[in-house]
Design a binder for this molecule. Structure first.
Ligand code: AMP
Length: 249
């Protein structure tokens, strides 16, 4: 069984992002970039399924600039077998990414297609759903457990107030939630081995996709600064301030 995992290159989750002075975008100069954390969980799940003998090959795909090869290599160091970079310097929208992924799926014919539930840079939460619609395939979003059983997969999903288990016929799209697993750290020998694994470079046009998005970012703003807090000396003072200054009680 072949698994295809889509990984996005994003600003590392520990970086405090800065907005460009003209508010046009986040400033990416000298910023540490990593695999989107939910995509890392998707890679980990594929690797665990390979270790169990369910999956035989893991292909990782990323769409983005040349530097996204770094994230593909990181996924290979975690256990993916080969990579595909669909190189584009365009500011891609979710639909363009989904259309390119559709082309990759048609070429690679994987049974399991794993994505993160969302990319932490634009919090879009759309690509998995769009891909499922374009492929006319089943989808299970927000997965917290994945059990492959023959030509079916059972997925437990995190929904408001509880869990829901669904069964899908393969090939199917699964998007990962935080509690699905805890990704491993790449061991040094595996980082070295990853350098030699095959990585194909393609272009959006190879899949018949025009990567120019119809989505225009109008403005990017940092969150409002929090005012400095005050320390109170007693519970009485706290209650007094909540009553008379904050007027919340
Ligand atoms: P989004 O819908 O943009 O929040 O992203 C959801 C998931 O789609 C991500 O976790 C990735 O698995 C996949 N994805 C989004 N953008 C890309 C990209 N440029 N390259 C590869 N996968 C992507």
């Amino acid at each position: 069984m072949k698994a295809l995992v889509a990984v996005k290159r994003v600003v590392d989750a520990n970086v405090k992002v800065r907005v460009k002075p003209d508010n046009s975008a986040v400033d990416l100069t000298n910023v540490k970039m990593s695999i989107n954390p939910f995509c890392e969980i998707a890679v980990e799940e594929a690797v665990r399924l390979k270790e169990k003998g369910t999956v035989s090959e893991i292909v990782v795909v990323s769409i983005g600039p040349k530097e996204a090869q770094e994230q593909i290599r990181s996924a290979m160091a975690l256990g993916a077998d080969r990579g595909i970079l669909v190189e584009s310097s365009e500011d891609l929208g979710a639909l363009e990414v989904a259309k390119i992924l559709k082309g990759v799926v048609e070429q690679e014919q994987p049974q399991l297609i794993l994505l993160g539930k969302q990319a932490i840079d634009d919090d879009s939460n759309q690509v998995g759903q769009m891909l499922a619609a374009l492929l006319n395939a089943g989808q299970a979003t927000f997965a917290s457990e994945v059990k492959v059983d023959g030509d079916k997969v059972q997925v437990t999903r995190e929904i408001d107030g509880g869990l829901q288990t669904v069964e899908l016929a393969l090939p199917a799209i699964i998007t990962t939630d935080l509690r699905l697993n805890e990704p491993r750290y790449a061991a040094l020998p595996n980082i070295m081995k990853a350098r030699k694994k095959p990585l194909d470079v393609k272009a959006p046009a190879d899949f018949g996709v025009n990567a120019t998005t119809k989505l225009k970012t109008i403005k990017v703003e940092p969150p409002a600064e929090r005012k400095a807090g005050v320390q109170v000396k007693s519970v009485d003072e706290l209650v007094e301030k909540l009553k008379n200054e904050a007027k919340v009680i």
